[in-house]
Design a protein around this ligand. Structure first.
Ligand SMILES: C[S@@+](CC[C@H](N)C(=O)[O-])C[C@H]1O[C@@H](n2cnc3c(N)ncnc32)[C@H](O)[C@@H]1O
Length: 269
């Protein structure tokens, strides 16, 4: 299991979607109180970058994961806009953005129906709802959204080009694709070519590998403690890997630079 988690973005295409079904089911089993609402590696800002971000209650516990969402969406002004998030996971980012920045509507979409059902029960925010769907076949008409958010999800889609085309299709002209993911340095050029050939113009792009690594370093103790308190011993090493705790293969490949992490703001002109 640990090996599968280590390599999940390189798994054969046919088993990527079933793998998420099993993984979400396991998370629902171990997270009985519904406290796990983020599934990303987080972002630690430069000194002072997030001093303005006052977080209350459970949001402070999820600070790094929230900062990744704030960083990814930094070039979008939410009020009055219609936003779609693809691969919303357990909905923490969607709930935080919808509650804090008050778009007119925010839809979180994920491939796993158990997870979107959890999200609809767990996150009650005006204008926010969650639906089940596939990133490669978005269940929406053309030109509908002002922004599409995608955090740490696209790498596991079997056909990422199809996903980019779908995002382009559902965005309004002038809409923004706010995209964050791990990318191997050798794959960056191809990823950018694919985005450009879909029709997107690059508005902003940042290498955030060291910010993600710093977040994991600062958050490892919390992540490990949460896993130790919830997960049966025989599954813990798989969860450490998924969570990228210090010492895991995932942590080490960020540290060595074998794996990078980038955010992009892309425009549909
Ligand atoms: C690493 S999690 C990130 C979740 C969330 N963005 C966050 O930051 O907490 C990746 C998510 O992508 C979802 N996903 C994977 N393949 C998908 C697909 N083809 N369509 C929609 N969602 C997908 C998974 O179910 C999972 O919830």
């Amino acid at each position: 299991m640990k090996k599968i988690i280590e390599r999940y973005v390189e798994l054969p295409r046919a088993i990527r979607k079933p793998m998420w079904r099993i993984w979400h089911w396991l998370i629902r089993k171990v997270d009985a109180n519904g406290a796990t609402t983020f599934l990303n590696y987080g972002y630690a800002g430069k000194s002072g970058e997030f001093d303005h971000l006052i977080l209350e209650g459970e949001y402070e516990y999820h600070r790094y994961a929230i900062q990744l969402y704030c960083h990814t969406t930094r070039n979008h002004r939410f009020p009055g806009t219609h936003v779609l998030e693809v691969g919303c996971g357990r909905g923490g980012g969607a709930a935080f953005l919808a509650q804090t920045f008050k778009p007119s509507s925010y839809i979180g979409l994920d491939i796993n129906s158990g997870t979107t059902a959890f999200c609809n029960r767990r996150h009650k925010v005006e204008g926010l709802r969650f639906i089940t769907g596939d990133a490669e076949n978005l269940p929406f008409a053309n030109n509908l959204f002002d922004a599409v958010v995608n955090v740490e999800s696209a790498r596991c889609y079997p056909d990422i080009m199809r996903f980019f085309e779908e995002v382009f299709r559902v965005l309004k002209p002038g809409g923004k694709f706010l995209f964050a993911d791990m990318i191997k340095p050798d794959d960056l050029e191809e990823m950018e070519l694919r985005l450009a050939s879909t029709g997107f113009k690059f508005q902003d792009k940042k290498d955030i590998r060291l910010n993600v690594l710093a977040a994991l370093q600062s958050d490892s103790k919390n992540r490990k403690a949460e896993i130790d308190s919830k997960v049966p011993a025989f599954l813990r090493s798989s969860f450490y890997e998924f969570a990228g705790v210090e010492g895991s293969n995932r942590f080490n490949i960020f540290k060595s630079g074998e794996m990078g992490y980038w955010t992009f703001t892309l425009l549909k002109k």
